[in-house]
Design a binder for this molecule. Structure first.
Ligand code: FES
Length: 226
């Protein structure tokens, strides 16, 4: 099933993200196991055809908007570059795998694996084990900062149905971003549709310097949604 066409996220000026198209919503908790991280199921969240997710970080009913953005005078001006990922990213060429890295980090730490981080694993990708680990490390990055490419230039991406996961990061004593999966279009408050991607993280603490995308500020400010 491919819902790409009818799913949508519309950013309201100085307000929430309006999600339409029955996009499944869940909460996931980042947990570490040795040097790697995994996502565990969190609370069950209500499902709806349309819902509004808080973008200002002040809702008392997070992850949903409760109108607080108006009371706090949230400034939601979007600053993110509109260049494509491939234009923004830097290329790291490994022997059997390449990596593009656009430095848009949500600090979710999925790039760390038992045998090293995605960059060194890519550099050692002539070893099939490290190559496999590098692919996992890149593809599990929720921010979409990291994409592994095979030597024919084809991006290696996990298959995702359109869905949204609200991340929690108890180890960092923070609530994480909104993980948007499966090529859901994101439309700016000015009507511009950002590059459609399989993985991307949207800010919900209200403090990113790269609005609407997460830049890991939720960790330095210890944003928690409860
Ligand atoms: S965006 Fe509405 S309460 Fe945060």
């Amino acid at each position: 099933m491919n819902n790409e066409k009818k799913c949508n996220i519309k950013i309201l000026k100085n307000g929430p993200y309006i999600v339409t198209g029955n996009v499944p919503l869940s909460e996931k908790i980042i947990v570490s196991k040795g040097k790697i991280n995994e996502l565990k199921d969190g609370r069950k969240l209500p499902q709806a055809e349309e819902y509004a997710l808080c973008r200002c970080g002040k809702s008392k009913n997070a992850p949903f908007c409760d109108g607080s953005h108006e009371k706090v005078g949230f400034n939601g001006v979007e600053k993110a570059s509109r260049e494509t990922f491939e234009d923004r990213a830097e290329l790291l060429e490994g022997p059997d795998l390449d990596l593009l890295d656009d430095n848009r980090c949500a600090f979710a730490r999925f790039c760390h694996r038992e045998d090293g981080k995605v960059w060194e694993l890519t550099e050692n990708s002539n070893n099939p084990k490290y190559r496999e680990e590098a692919i996992i490390a890149a593809s599990e990055c929720p921010a979409g900062r990291l994409v592994a490419y095979d030597k024919t230039g084809k991006a290696i991406e996990p298959e995702y149905e359109p869905s949204i996961e609200i991340l929690q990061d108890p180890e960092k004593e923070a609530s994480g971003p909104i993980f948007v999966k499966g090529n859901i279009p994101i439309e700016s408050s000015e009507g511009y549709t950002y590059e459609i991607r399989n993985r991307v993280t949207l800010c919900r603490c209200g403090k990113t310097r790269n609005r609407p995308f997460c830049d890991a500020t939720h960790i330095s400010m210890n944003y928690t949604d409860n």
